[in-house]
Design a protein around this ligand. Structure first.
Ligand code: GYE
Length: 315
């Protein structure tokens, strides 16, 4: 009885495409949705064997996972890199082993772009710009375009391309506004606990914060608690304008309630696109070097509307 089972399994497994995934961690609600989308895409029914590794926010763990994927001779490596730098050596090892690497979500900065086959993710610079343009517009609509605006920024994980891009995009818009003062940009690590801690400190330090730019919803949840505890109010009718990123369900709900002003969407549903890339590679089709997932911005004005993004990805 048992021997027939033993024979059956490897034969079945032979046809599966083995994919090793190195995920950032479980720091945020967005990340859980992202992990879910990967697990939904690489199922047995779809013809995959998924080896999933959670790096718990440590690049050293990701490097270890990739080396283990290489020694297990997986067919593909999918990497969501915590930080942008430090990947040249291990990606070269994957390349030497003939294993294609597909990046998902965040990007790497490497000297040789042939070290990865493709990337699927968000346009982080564009997200930051969207936040900046919204604020510019918002001040104008209220006839307050000449007011001094004191801004604090809760940044995400240091060195992450999501943090770098959102910061760059927002700062591009901010630097041409004479009356916008960025008081401080602090590391909030994309977590609720750190977002709260840093926001409390900033509220203690500055009397008149007008705007908080919080680079993900989890930090926003924390920042809102800190604002409440400091006896201030946030959002549409509040003392402090709040700009958030990700637009997870709870974040969109805050826009709907007016507790925050805007949530710039970051679409976590990326697994299926990576799966499509792998299918295309299996079929010997040409693939693009970068694919951007569709995204939108949620504001008070449009939060009730249907999704206004087009389906599918752009290369
Ligand atoms: O915004 C944040 C998560 O890399 C886009 O990482 C991702 C970011 C996302 O922890 O919530």
């Amino acid at each position: 009885l048992s021997s027939s089972k033993v024979q059956e399994t490897p034969a079945e497994d032979d046809n599966l495409i083995v994919v090793g995934v190195s995920q950032v961690g479980s720091e945020s609600v967005w990340r859980s949705a992202h992990t879910q989308s990967i697990q939904d895409a690489f199922t047995r029914e779809n013809g995959y064997m998924l080896i999933f590794d959670n790096a718990r926010q440590k690049q050293a763990n990701q490097i270890k996972a990739i080396r283990s994927f290489i020694s297990q001779q997986v067919d593909y490596i999918v990497l969501s890199p915590i930080e942008e730098s430090g990947w040249d050596t291990v990606l070269q090892e994957a390349k030497d082993a003939g294993i294609p690497v597909i990046l998902i979500d965040r990007k790497v900065s490497v000297d040789d772009d042939s070290l990865y086959a493709s990337w699927v993710g968000s346009d982080f610079v564009c997200e930051g710009q969207d936040a900046g343009y919204w604020l510019e517009d918002y001040m104008k609509k209220q006839g307050r375009e000449d007011d001094e605006v004191n801004i604090v920024v809760l940044k995400g994980t240091k060195g992450a391309s999501a943090t770098i891009g959102r910061t760059r995009g927002f700062n591009e818009v901010a630097k041409v506004q004479r009356n916008w003062n960025i008081l401080q940009q602090v590391d909030g690590e994309f977590t609720t606990a750190k977002g709260k801690e840093e926001m409390a400190r900033l509220l203690d330090q500055y009397e008149d914060i007008d705007v908080v730019v919080s680079q993900n919803d989890d930090m926003t949840f924390g920042a809102l608690e800190a604002i409440r505890e400091a006896g201030k109010t946030a959002g549409v009718d509040g003392d402090i304008t709040v700009i958030s990123f990700d637009a997870v369900d709870a974040g969109v709900e805050l826009v709907r309630n007016g507790e925050i002003n805007i949530d710039v969407q970051c679409n976590p549903d990326q697994g299926k696109y990576v799966e499509q890339i792998i299918q295309d590679m299996e079929d010997g089709k040409e693939i693009e070097k970068a694919y951007y997932v569709p995204e939108r911005v949620y504001t008070q004005e449009n939060v009730g509307e249907e999704e206004n993004v087009t389906e599918g990805i752009s290369g």
